[in-house]
Design a protein around this ligand. Sequence first.
Ligand SMILES: Nc1nc2c(ncn2[C@@H]2O[C@H](COP(=O)(O)OP(=O)(O)OP(=O)(O)O)[C@@H](O)[C@H]2O)c(=O)[nH]1
Length: 340
Amino acid sequence: MTTPTSDEPRDQRVPVTVLTGFLGSGKTTLLNRILTEQHGLRIAVIENEFGEVGVDDALVLDSEEEIFEMNNGCICCTVRGDLIRILGALMRRREKFDHILIETTGLADPAPVAQTFFMDDEIAAQLRLDAIVTLVDAAHVLQHLDEVKPEGVENEAVEQIAFADRIVLNKTDLVDESAIAEVTDRIRAINSSVQIIPAQHAEIYLPQVLDVGAFDLERVLAEDPSFLTETEHQHDTTVTSVGIDLTGELDEERLNRWLGTLLRTKGVDIFRSKGILALAGAPKQYVFQGVHMLLVGEFGRHWHDGEQRRNRLVFIGRNLDREALECGFADCLATAGAAA
Ligand SMILES: Nc1nc2c(ncn2[C@@H]2O[C@H](COP(=O)(O)OP(=O)(O)OP(=O)(O)O)[C@@H](O)[C@H]2O)c(=O)[nH]1
């Protein structure tokens, strides 16, 4: 943690951490760690999720902290006004927390989010951007760094690394030493001075990322002189999402077959998938998480008495075939099996 020297007045502004990183890199995993570990800080969280059907609210662990969701667009463009409003509302309850954490979508450019803390006088007077912390998925990042984008469209994975004050090089369990060295070299080529923290399941010593006073406006301006004045940026609109919200219970075997085949055959284009599902006969919700072809599933909380069995899932990626996804999933319903 940063400690002021005796002749330096302590900055009374509330520190803000911006948590960013490509789809599936481990942001929510780190957020859950921050919300559950004992660090003595009361943290207000602002969460922005990409995807037609929100499931992250159910993936963030219950905690005492205040959590605000912004799910009607991307934090770095359309909802920046909302961000300013939420920050304003938080400042009116300043005594309730010590730190603010903003989790961006996996497709966000962190620069416009960072700008917010310098462009708006009222916010700049009360809040201090402490650090941009970027999660990097050691197993999948190269493929996103290497993507060729259309003219004028930025590569989010590159931007997220370029603006990082700390990088959590996550998922090192999925790759060998040489791959870690290669990813580290690529990170250094984009951001030579950034501190890189290797991790598995975002297990890091939290004082390495919280209240570190690492955001350096001068460094950013040296690399990007238009940082404070740039208002236009273009997203890659070829990345879209398909959300499915369907009531009913699923036949587990058919679901496994469908999802397994889907990710095996389309996993290059399906960057991220996640869902909260109702398996026939299961007393608990089933939570699945996919990052490209890697898929993990586990049981979550119990269904409440009388709660409607409902399935919410989202796919994010390129060339998504909405109809095929909807039909394929509907065919996994236990009742679809009975009718067949
Ligand atoms: N093998 C492995 N899996 C991990 C690690 N960290 C996170 N995961 C898994 O990767 C998946 C995605 O993690 P999240 O924390 O949800 O990623 P995210 O960045 O919040 O994802 P989006 O918000 O959807 O972009 C989950 O299934 C995690 O359990 C890790 O170090 N190793």
